[in-house]
Design a binder for this molecule. Structure first.
Ligand code: NAP
Length: 482
C-alpha cells in the first residue's frame, strides 16, 4: 500500500532547516517543523551577545545547497548568520511548514505512529519524528553560591540582556571558552574595567576573525556562482585538516599545536602569559579562535582572575583568597549542557521505554541518528556528532538523505516502521570507543566534549567514513514492519 509519510521535525535551527529543505528537494512535502523560539536559527537566534562571530570561515559555514557570496566578513557576525538562516528558510518555502513558539514537551510511539505534545496543548501525529534539537541549546548556569544576592544584572550569555549598557561599567565575565573570549574582545573597549574569571586556561589560535570581506570579492562571487561553489568545494576538502589534527597524532597535529604554543608569545607580560598557559594539549577542548583576544587581554582595564570563585555577593564576586571584586554587570559565559539533546522532552518509545531509561548509562545513537526501542525516530547531530571536526551542515544534510531512504520505502509500502537493532548499535558504539583512543579530545582535559562519565561524545572518524555510513541504511541493521 503506497502512502505519503507524515513527518514532524523538532527544531528550526541549522539542522532543522537542513532537514526541511532536504525533504522538499526529495519531493516530501507533508512535514511540520515545531520550533520553541520566536524565530528560526537555533543558536544564532538565542545567542545575541556582543562580539558574537562564527569562528568558522563564512565561505564554509553554509549549507551545500545555499551559497552566500556576499558575507560582510570572512568570519561572519552572529546577526548576519541569523539572517542567512531566515533567508534560506524563506527562499526554500519552509516558512509555511514552520510553527514558531511551539515547544515540544513529549512524544510517544503508539500504534505505529508518533504522538507529539506541545507546551500549549496542541497535539501532532506523525509517521516519522526527527529531533533536530541542537547541542548548544540549554545554558549551563553554574551552581555558584549567592547568585541571587548580586545587586546588578547577572545573566547567561545565551540570554543576553540588551537593556544593560556595558559602557563605562565594571564588567565581569565568568568562563573562557569561545564565548568568553569573544566577549572579552567586544566588551574590553567599552567597559571601564573588565575582569575575566578563568577556571582553566584555554588555547587561543589567532586568525583574522574581524577581517571584512571586500565588496569587490562579493560582487565577483555573486557574478560567478561557479567560482563561489569551487571555493566552497575546495574549502570543504581543506577542512579535512581539522580531522587530521584531531583524530590521531601526526604532522598536522604537531604543527597546529606548535602554532598554538607559539601564539602565546603574543602575550608580553610573563606573569599574564603564565596565567593564560594551559596545562593540557592544544585542541583537546573545543579550540578557541580569535584575532583580537591577546590584544584585548593585555589592555590596562583588563584583569584575568584565576583565584577560585567562592561566592557572589551584592557588590560582585568574592574569591577564595577573600578579595571582593566589585562589579556592575556579571555575565556567565559558562557554556551549555551539551549532552541533553532532545531532553527534557519526555520521549517514550516502543513498549513504554523512555529516552532517560534508554540513556541511563550515557547517550548513544547508531551512526548519530537511530536508537533501539525508538522506531521511526531519528536525531540530527545527535550523540557522537562531529562537532569540531567535520562540516556540520554537510553532516545534517547527509543525515537528512539517510532518513529519506526510510521515507521512500514507507511511501512505496515496503515498511511501516523501522528500528535499528541492538546488535548494530552495539557494534557501532564499539567502533566509536576504539577510534576515540588516539583522538586529541582524549588527551586529558575537561571539556563539554565529555559527558558526565568522562566519555568523549564526538565523531572519531573522517568525513569519508561519515558519508559512507550515511549513504544507505544497511537492511541488516534494522528491523522493519510492513
Ligand atoms: P564552554 O566552551 O563550555 O566554556 C565554558 C567556560 O565556563 C569554561 O571556561 C569553563 O571553565 C567555565 N566555567 C563553567 N562553569 C564554571 C564555574 N562554575 N566557575 C568558573 N568557570 C566556569 O562554553 P562557550 O564558551 O559558551 O562555548 C561553547 C561552545 O559554543 C564552543 O566550544 C563552540 O563550539 C560554540 N561557540 C562557537 C562560537 C563560534 O564562533 N563558532 C562562538 C561561541 C561559542 P572550565 O574550562 O574550567 O570548565
Amino acid at each position: 500500500m503506497a502512502r505519503e509519510p507524515r513527518v514532524v521535525i523538532i527544531g528550526a535551527g541549522m539542522s532543522g532547516i537542513a532537514i526541511g529543505v532536504t525533504l522538499k528537494k526529495a519531493g516530501f512535502h507533508d512535514f511540520t517543523v515545531l520550533e520553541k523560539g520566536s524565530r528560526v536559527g537555533g543558536v544564532w537566534h538565542w545567542n545575541t551577545y556582543p562580539g558574537l562571530t562564527c569562528d568558522v570561515p563564512s565561505l564554509l559555514y553554509r549549507y551545500t545547497f545555499a551559497g552566500k557570496p556576499d558575507w560582510a566578513h570572512f568570519f561572519a557576525k552572529g546577526p548576519d548568520i541569523q539572517r542567512y538562516h531566515e533567508d534560506v528558510a524563506r527562499e526554500h518555502d519552509l516558512t509555511g511548514h514552520i510553527r514558531l513558539n511551539t515547544e515540544v514537551t513529549g512524544a510517544r510511539f503508539e500504534n505505529e505512529r508518533w504522538h507529539v505534545e506541545t507546551a500549549d496543548g496542541t497535539r501532532f501525529e506523525a509517521d516519522f519524528l526527527v529531533a533536530a534539537t541542537g547541542i548548544l541549546h540549554h545554558p549551563r548556569v553554574p551552581d555558584i553560591l549567592g547568585m541571587a544576592d548580586f545587586d546588578g544584572p547577572l545573566f547567561h550569555t545565551a540570554r543576553w540582556d540588551h537593556q544593560v549598557d556595558p559602557r563605562g561599567k565594571r564588567v565581569a565575565v565568568i568562563g573562557t571558552g569561545s564565548t568568553g573570549v569573544q566577549l572579552t574582545t567586544a566588551l574590553q573597549p567599552l567597559a571601564k574595567q573588565f575582569s575575566l574569571f578563568q577556571r582553566t586556561a584555554q588555547w587561543v589560535i589567532p586568525a583574522p576573525t574581524r577581517l571584512p570581506q571586500p565588496a569587490a570579492l562579493s560582487t565577483l562571487l555573486r557574478q560567478a556562482p561557479r567560482l563561489n561553489q569551487a571555493i566552497f568545494d575546495a574549502s570543504l576538502l581543506a577542512s579535512r585538516v581539522l580531522t587530521d589534527i584531531t583524530l590521531a597524532p601526526g604532522p598536522a597535529r604537531t604543527l597546529a599545536q606548535a602554532y598554538a604554543r607559539a601564539s602565546l608569545r603574543l602575550i608580553r607580560n610573563r606573569r599574564l602569559r603564565a596565567k593564560l598557559t594551559p596545562d593540557y594539549e592544544p585542541f583537546c577542548k573545543r579550540q578557541v579562535v580569535s584575532g583580537e583576544f591577546f590584544r584585548a587581554v593585555q589592555r590596562k582595564n583588563v584583569s584575568v582572575v584565576t583565584d577560585a570563585i567562592e561566592r557572589i555577593v551584592p557588590e560582585g564576586i568574592r574569591t577564595a583568597d577573600g578579595t571582593v571584586h566589585e562589579f556592575d554587570i556579571i555575565a556567565l559565559a559558562t557554556g551549555f549542557q551539551a549532552h541533553n539533546y532532545m531532553r527534557p522532552m519526555r520521549l517514550t518509545g516502543r513498549e513504554g521505554t523512555t529516552i532517560d531509561e534508554a540513556w541511563e548509562n550515557g547517550t548513544f545513537a547508531y551512526r548519530m541518528t537511530a536508537i533501539p526501542g525508538f522506531p521511526n525516530f531519528f536525531t540530527v547531530l545527535g550523540p557522537n556528532s562531529p562537532i569540531g571536526s567535520v562540516h556540520l551542515q554537510y553532516t545534517a544534510e547527509h543525515t537528512g538523505r539517510y532518513i529519506i531512504s526510510f521515507l521512500r520505502r514507507f511511501r512505496r509500502g515496503e515498511l511501516t516502521t523501522a528500528e535499528v537493532t541492538e546488535a548494530a548499535t552495539k557494534e557501532f558504539n564499539e567502533q566509536v570507543r576504539a577510534a576515540i583512543g588516539p583522538t586529541v579530545w582524549n588527551t586529558g582535559c575537561q571539556s563539554w566534549y565529555l559527558d558526565d562519565r568522562g566519555t568523549v561524545d564526538l565523531w572519531p572518524f573522517d568525513r569519508k567514513t561519515l558519508t559512507r555510513m550515511l549513504r544507505e541504511p544497511d537492511p541488516e541493521h534494522y528491523t522493519v514492519t510492513v
